[in-house]
Design a protein around this ligand. Sequence first.
Ligand SMILES: Nc1ncnc2c1ncn2[C@@H]1O[C@H](COP(=O)(O)OP(=O)(O)OP(=O)(O)O)[C@@H](O)[C@H]1O
Length: 289
Amino acid sequence: MLEIKGIEKKYYFKPVLTGVEMTIQPQRIYGLLGRNGVGKSTLLKVITNRARPTAGTITLDGVSVFENEQAQNRLYLMSDARLFNQDSKLKVLLKWVDQLYGGFDYALAEKLARQFKLDLKKAKLRRLSTGYQTIANVIIALCVPCDYIFLDEPVLGLDANHREMFYQALLATYAQRPRTFVIATHLIEEVAGLLNDVFVMENGQVALAESVEALQQRGRVVSGPAALVQDYLQGIKPLREVRLGGMLTAYTLDTPLERPLPAGVSLDGMNLQQLFIEFTREAGEGDEV
Ligand SMILES: Nc1ncnc2c1ncn2[C@@H]1O[C@H](COP(=O)(O)OP(=O)(O)OP(=O)(O)O)[C@@H](O)[C@H]1O
């Protein structure tokens, strides 16, 4: 288990992470969600020792990961493919990753390369298109032996077919060899079916950490005549209310569902993306077009 406590990070005196608390369990698939610039990449870099926190602790199975090579070898961050040596042939790159982490799954890499039509023997990273650089990068991430794999925007530049292939490949490798994946992405609907849990970041912290199932049970859209909706939601502060004429639509995570629904009022679920949008919407944002 990875335990992240009180993590703060400043860049040139500007606070980016302001007290991140999170527990990452073994063998689960997490989504790391948050608005642009909220600090997702920074957090992943801090966890995997690519950036130094200003304060806080991170322990893996009770042992600090800072300056601990053994612990760091169990964590892998897939981020920008440009961080690899661009002149390296892919085969050489795989060997290099194998030397660093040991136990690289060459058979799986070759299988995935065939599926994605990527020639590992010939290709040099520099000569690949943006999408294929990402494909090379995700193949490496799926084949490293690490227990905790952090994927920062793993499908950037991939076409829809390749994105689907990647999600399938991730699930297949997870079924074969369960380990933890933490996926930072904005394509919430696409990954929703993959995730066990989500972390939502706001203001440099984790504002919501919950299983997808529990969240989807809580998220509700209540709409109907304003007076009836307000009466139904008594004592609840919705995430957002939208009024149109005499009608009111309220988005909430706290509806007391035991209450009988008044005639004329509808109660619907919210998918993960809607939930995220309502949860992270800033006051007034999107109200005017
Ligand atoms: N190396 C750096 N030097 C200075 N500021 C940085 C650095 N890296 C990130 N930042 C700043 O930290 C903040 C968080 O950036 P980060 O990339 O972690 O956000 P993010 O949630 O991953 O964003 P996005 O979803 O847009 O990719 C931003 O304001 C960014 O400008």
